[in-house]
Write a new protein. Sequence first.
Length: 264
Amino acid sequence: MTYRQRLGAAVSARGNLCVGIDPMPSVLAAWGVAADVNGLERVARGIVERLGTRAAVFKPQSAFFEPFGSAGIAVLERVLADIREAGALSILDVKRGDIGSSMDGYATAYLAEGAPLAADAITLSPYLGVRTLTPAFELAKVHGRGIYVLARTSNPGGGHVQGAITDAGTSVAQHVLDELDRLNPEHDGLLGAVLGATHHDLGCDPSGFTGSILAPGIGAQGATMGDLARTFGAALGNVLPTASRQVIGGGPEELFSRFEELLS
Ligand SMILES: O=C(O)c1cc(=O)[nH]c(=O)n1[C@@H]1O[C@H](COP(=O)(O)O)[C@@H](O)[C@H]1O
């Protein structure tokens, strides 16, 4: 099955909210655990234990596992395995992007069959050019995985680069969407984009975009689920909203109710 088919099935069964697993120090405190690798494991795996059979998609943020070195990465491996066992999909948020030979290495790390950190999808940065990401696109296709490329990020300052006008006369964000659209037919539509839910004006037109749209910024960054229709218009059906602190930031007791409240 392609990533789009698997995502479609998961979202139909469980709804279209992606739960971000961002076990940052303030979240560990809210869960009443120490800011060490044991606390990290209790929170990250505790989220999947409680919501694993309820949520369609989880997005672990690598940035909060890496500070613990190999022990943190080992926890991330176990979290990815937990998500798989719970029948949900994983989007590993690593925002990688490099020239071809190095990109081959990253692609193998996150998308090869049997790789310890293999996820159903990953996030990538197109700063070195969308086409430099080709090794990841190709490996994702072989294994039925997905890719989300940053186009218009949720942070306000991102517009300085992503709203800049390219030599083709469109914004950088639009250029990224157009490149992904050009490549999607030969990649089973697995090439998605990240477009922040925080913007009134995205500075690009997602209405005809052929990939899945990952939309961060719900909750802690100020966007609401109700904003999605205004921001994405005709593309709303392709949008996968994602929230981290808004769901996980109240500790274990509030986890389920916060998830249900956003989804409703
Ligand atoms: O790729 C992402 O997921 C991402 C892109 C973006 O434009 N903005 C953004 O906030 N994110 C990630 O989404 C998560 C947002 O966390 P919350 O603000 O707590 O929901 C973090 O892991 C961010 O790194």
